[in-house]
Design a protein around this ligand. Sequence first.
Ligand code: SAM
Length: 296
Amino acid sequence: MTSKDVMFNGLRVGEAQRACVSPLKDAGIDEPVLEARLLVGFVLGGGPERVLMDRDEMLSDTQASKLSVVLAQRSGRMPMAQILGVREFWSLPFKVTSATLSPRPDSETIVEAALNHVSIAPATVLDLGTGTGCLVLALLSEWKNARGTAVDVSAETLSVATENAKVLDLSARVKWLQNDWTIEGWMESLGGPFDVVVSNPPYIPSADIAGLDADVRAYEPLGALDGGVSGLDAYRILCAALPRLLTNGGLAVFEVGIGQGDDVTTLMEQAGLDVIEQRQDLGGIVRAIVGRNTPH
Ligand SMILES: C[S@@+](CC[C@H](N)C(=O)[O-])C[C@H]1O[C@@H](n2cnc3c(N)ncnc32)[C@H](O)[C@@H]1O
């Protein structure tokens, strides 16, 4: 059965959830039962907990037609975060749209590494390629007196990040800058130097984009993914900039893709930083390269 065949009018909440499972399974969704509950919870308006509580209630006609729409979207592999419009990161809610990369749990490794390697809470943080703002806002939520500067090339992305800062009550401590690090002189408007620089730049080699899961390839912004032929284009620019961007003793934490840890370590070392950790994510994959700008 395809998602287009499913009609939800006249169904109870529990029946509607069960009816979503097989189209999701047929679309290749790994956890169809869980995702069916998320979709039904979304149309009910109270999240997945409402599905259990209201399982014997009838769906309204509006809820039934909304459920048909979101089921078709998810069966077409639209990412769940874009359907729900929100994704949790560092236990904080982040609005996401088709213009933003949805924050990934793996990227929490960057936040953990930054928190781990500073002994005194820093005063200034720079986030290069901020997307939803998840890295800089998670760090500002931990370092209560720090101020953030966050850069992205995409104006649409920055407007989502701005909304996220408002919801988290962090707007007063963060400055958003539309800036393109491939353009000469890009560092001039940033200010600084900064105590901490974080980045999760685009790092997928261009030739690998076609082989990504449909959820990512068709729905996430290409500008957030494509790292050039080797996947390392952004790292070459950003690592070389670190000595100018960091205070003496300042810390850089960069996310890397699978197998890129040693290349990015080399790029940071060539820029004159001491690489102090290659940090693994929960899956045991090197995910963050941590460098210190130690005066020599
Ligand atoms: C992989 S996403 C990371 C987003 C967010 N920091 C996160 O961790 O979820 C990379 C971000 O870098 C931005 N970006 C790509 N090229 C850029 C450039 N040349 N200058 C500035 N930002 C760029 C993209 O728009 C995107 O938001």
